[in-house]
Design a protein around this ligand. Structure first.
Ligand code: C2O
Ligand code: CU
Length: 502
């Protein structure tokens, strides 16, 4: 298992370093520093985490049916209760659970339908999703559908939806307007509820997409456990309040030591990567396979691109086309900053491995339907300033000089194109998230901004400014907050309004 002996200040410009509490037991079972330059079979399996789950059973094709579904490797899917086309209906229950992330690490946490991550929800763009949600926790909760542009009263925003009380139920019902990779999680005390295990993937299929040989959902996370393997207490340490909760165990699909995937040379897959960590920005690369970025938070790109390193802020998603062009082990590698003595060094840690069998074949390049670029001139400006201060109860994170502002931060008219300036006046970074809308990041050369495509979350590095162009097309009352869940909980969460067009 990857137990990071000392964790892991984000490598921000300010390079604030700290040793995370609770991870001083030096219990790394294998050396995660194992060089990945040599990615052959010599890399010990125990150094890697990969998702569990085998290829889905092939489904018998009925005479004139569509081709069989592309096999999925993923957290187990939800069961669709409604056989009708166009409606995906399921039961979803949040409850306490003993969460088992490896054979020797279990802790008391939370789960949707008894599994962590929760069931993967599959639907096709345009479908109606009906989720009968039951709260079996001993505290209130809601379900937020991160990235979906749905009506605001279905968004799990606790300022609109009265949170679901223990023992109560609520039915979420909405139409899925966009294809892509999304996720769901609570929006009440989310720093605790998400860390404890309440998160899952939503895959909205586009029938126009090419068919890869397989798809994989890869939910990347971390958890912070103490020396006895229990979740470390929440928001008690200054580093956690300052930088968010950085875990000392990396998880892929809820497992620290899951099964490697299987493929063969010549195959092409689609990987849907989601960063559900509370705070950890991930820098990823794919080794010993070819990779193209084909989608992001808001779905398909106007043009796929290749890159050596992918910066994935918490909340963000990337869809990758993975082509197996050689036999051996292909890896998804997380480049993790760790404290070594007085220094922060980067360790390459494989967080997922696919064993690729030899075959005499060349992977084809998939043809993705081109998405037209959006050509809208900005017609309104807004600015949000992020800062930190000491409040009566400790550290407070502020937006425009207020912690947890109750008055709307901004008001727009539906259909406007907003030049939104995000000014970070403090050292720690903020992955900033808007509900219910997409935006594009205005590139300025920094990796945080060289992220083409529609997004709902953008990383704003310390002591710097990032500008986005937001398409505020979905009317309602929406949240705007930092997706470092500790920052949100400590005040960095407010609301904006989009007035409906006449
Ligand atoms: Cu995933 Cu309000 O966020
Ligand atoms: Cu933040």
């Amino acid at each position: 298992m990857i137990r990071l002996a000392s964790v892991c200040a984000p490598l921000t410009a300010a390079l604030v370093l700290f040793a995370t509490v609770g991870c001083d037991d030096g219990s790394a079972g294998s050396d995660p520093a194992e060089s990945l330059d040599d990615l052959g079979t010599s890399v010990p399996d125990a150094a890697f985490a990969a998702p569990d789950g085998a290829l889905a059973e092939p489904v018998d094709a009925t005479p004139d049916a569509a081709p069989p579904p592309v096999p999925f490797v993923e957290p187990a899917p939800a069961t669709d209760l409604d056989a009708a086309d166009g409606i995906v209906e399921l039961n979803l229950t949040a409850s306490a659970a003993l969460v088992s992330v490896s054979d020797d690490l279990r802790y008391s946490g939370l789960a949707y339908n008894g599994q962590v991550p929760g069931p993967t929800l599959h639907a096709t763009v345009g479908d109606t999703l009906v989720v009968h949600f039951t709260n079996d926790l001993d505290e209130p909760t809601t379900v937020h559908w991160h990235g979906l542009r749905i009506p605001d009263d279905m968004d799990g925003n606790p300022r609109i939806q009265h949170p679901v009380q223990p023992g109560e139920s609520f039915t979420y019902r909405f139409t899925l307007p966009d294809a892509g990779t999304f996720w769901y999680h609570p929006h009440v005390r989310s720093n605790e509820q998400v860390e404890k295990g309440l998160y899952g993937a939503i895959v909205v299929h586009d029938p126009a997409d090419p068919r890869p040989d397989a798809e994989r959902v890869l939910i990347l996370d971390d958890v912070l456990v103490d020396g006895r393997g229990a979740l470390y207490p929440f928001l008690t340490s200054h580093p956690e309040q300052m930088h968010g909760r950085h875990g000392n165990v990396l998880l892929t699909n809820g497992r620290a030591e899951p099964e490697p995937g299987e493929a063969r040379v010549g195959q092409v897959e689609r990987w849907r990567v989601i960063n559900t960590a509370n705070a950890r920005t991930m820098v990823l690369s794919v080794q010993r396979a070819r990779m193209r970025v084909v989608g992001t938070d808001g779905g398909a790109l106007t043009a796929p691109y290749t890159t050596d390193r992918l910066l994935v802020a918490v909340g963000q998603r990337y869809d990758l086309e993975i082509s197996y062009d050689r036999a051996g082990a292909a890896h998804l590698v997380s480049h993790v900053p760790v404290v070594e003595g007085d220094e922060v060094v980067e360790q390459a840690v494989s967080v997922y491995k696919v064993n690729v069998r030899a075959a005499d074949a060349t992977p084809p390049e998939l043809e993705w339907p081109a998405r037209a670029p959006i050509e809208r001139e900005p017609d309104v400006d807004a600015e949000l300033r992020f800062a930190v201060r000491n409040g009566p109860r400790g550290l407070e994170w502020t937006i425009n000089e207020q912690a947890m502002p109750m008055e709307p931060l901004m008001t727009f008219e539906q259909g406007q194109t907003v030049t939104l300036t995000l000014r970070n006046l403090a050292g720690p970074e903020h992955p900033f998230h808007l509900h219910g809308q997409f935006f594009e990041i205005v590139p300025d050369g920094r990796p945080e901004t060289e992220q083409p495509g529609l997004k709902d979350t953008v990383l704003v590095p310390g002591l710097s400014t990032v500008t986005v162009r937001a398409y505020v097309d979905n009317p309602g009352r929406w949240m705007a907050h930092c997706h470092i869940l500790e920052h949100a909980e400590l005040g960095m969460m407010g609301e904006f309004i989009v007035n409906p067009a006449e």
